[in-house]
Design a protein around this ligand. Structure first.
Ligand SMILES: N[C@@H](CCC(=O)N[C@@H](CSC=O)C(=O)NCC(=O)O)C(=O)O
Length: 293
């Protein structure tokens, strides 16, 4: 694994947005990511954002509109790419498999297994790389994401509760074993045996009591005009699993909102606030001029 190399820096809302790359031992490839650091000295509490299908590390930076609020809260945000990429890395012509669609699992099947190790990448290599060189507080780390990345946030938080103190999701694939996107990806990455899938399904993990009592609630926002709502996302399954297991869930159904980043940016402030409340005392950053908001 190589040290993080900052490839570009941009001043934004008084803080700094960095684009970066590093070599990951898990994926065996170079991986790209973005990091927002709020103004001040750090070490900062931070959240890892996991993007959805077709995304790179840039969708969040360009469309989420998160940095003004994050600067004010003193919260850093790390947003990695959604898969390994490049020549020699397996791919598929469909948008929902292969490069851009890593699903945050460690593939066991060929041709994916050599590079598609996104669970280990996020939970080991990404965290180690950013915390080695940036002023990020490893004791105050949360995770959130969108759609495929919402599935990633929920399952990685449930499977690695020692790593994450807070978790939230926008329009997550709550039960990938029961929707076409998940069934296709899990068949390819994990094989035909559905027994191996359950450990990567947030609903089934919650029903099995995994992560019980470890999180001060889960926050989910879901648009009701989302074209994927009934076929892929099925928040009612997550709601039922949480109810059955006694897991606290705040599920906000948002009338008229679709699956896009217009929906995400509309409710981003609430999610950042949710994380900040759980990651440490919200220190309103007086060095950020309020005129910026
Ligand atoms: N291209 C596909 C759908 C792709 C899509 O909607 N991707 C979403 C995430 S979906 C679940 O993981 C996304 O975030 N796209 C990037 C963006 O910037 O909007 C189709 O059109 O059907």
């Amino acid at each position: 694994m190589s040290a993080l190399e900052i490839t570009a820096r941009h001043r934004v809302h008084g803080g700094e947005l960095c684009y970066a790359r590093h070599d990951s031992a898990a994926t065996g490839t170079a991986m790209k990511l973005s990091v927002f650091l709020p103004p001040g000295e750090g070490p900062f509490p931070y959240v890892i954002w996991l993007s959805g299908l077709t995304c790179t590390e840039e969708n969040f930076t360009a469309k989420a509109g998160a940095y003004g609020v994050a600067a004010r809260l003193g919260l850093a945000i790390v947003a990695p790419d959604t898969s390994p990429r490049g020549e020699g890395v397996a791919d598929d012509p469909a948008y929902d498999l292969g490069q851009g669609a890593g699903f945050y699992v460690d593939a066991t099947q060929d041709p994916w297994a050599p590079h598609f190790q996104m669970e280990t990448y996020v939970t080991r290599d990404l965290i180690a790389a950013v915390e080695a060189v940036l002023p990020l507080d490893g004791e105050r780390r949360g995770v959130f994401g969108h759609s495929m990345g919402g599935h990633g946030a929920l399952t990685l938080a449930l499977r690695h509760p020692q790593l994450f103190r807070s978790v939230s999701a926008f329009a997550p694939i709550g039960s990938p074993t029961r929707c076409p996107w998940g069934e296709k990806a899990f068949t390819a990455y994990l094989g035909e045996d559905r027994g191996a899938w359950a450990a990567h399904d947030a609903c089934l993990l919650i029903e099995a009591g995994v992560g019980e009592g470890r999180f001060d609630g889960i926050l989910v926002d879901q648009g009701l005009a989302d074209g994927f709502l009934e076929t892929q996302l099925k928040p009612e399954l997550l709601e039922a699993a949480c109810r059955a297991a006694g897991q606290r869930l705040t599920l906000n159904r948002r009338e008229g909102y679709d699956h896009s980043y217009f929906f995400i940016t509309s409710f981003m402030a609430g999610h950042l606030d949710w994380h900040m409340k759980r990651l440490g005392k919200s220190r309103v950053n007086s060095r950020v001029p309020t005129a910026l908001f």
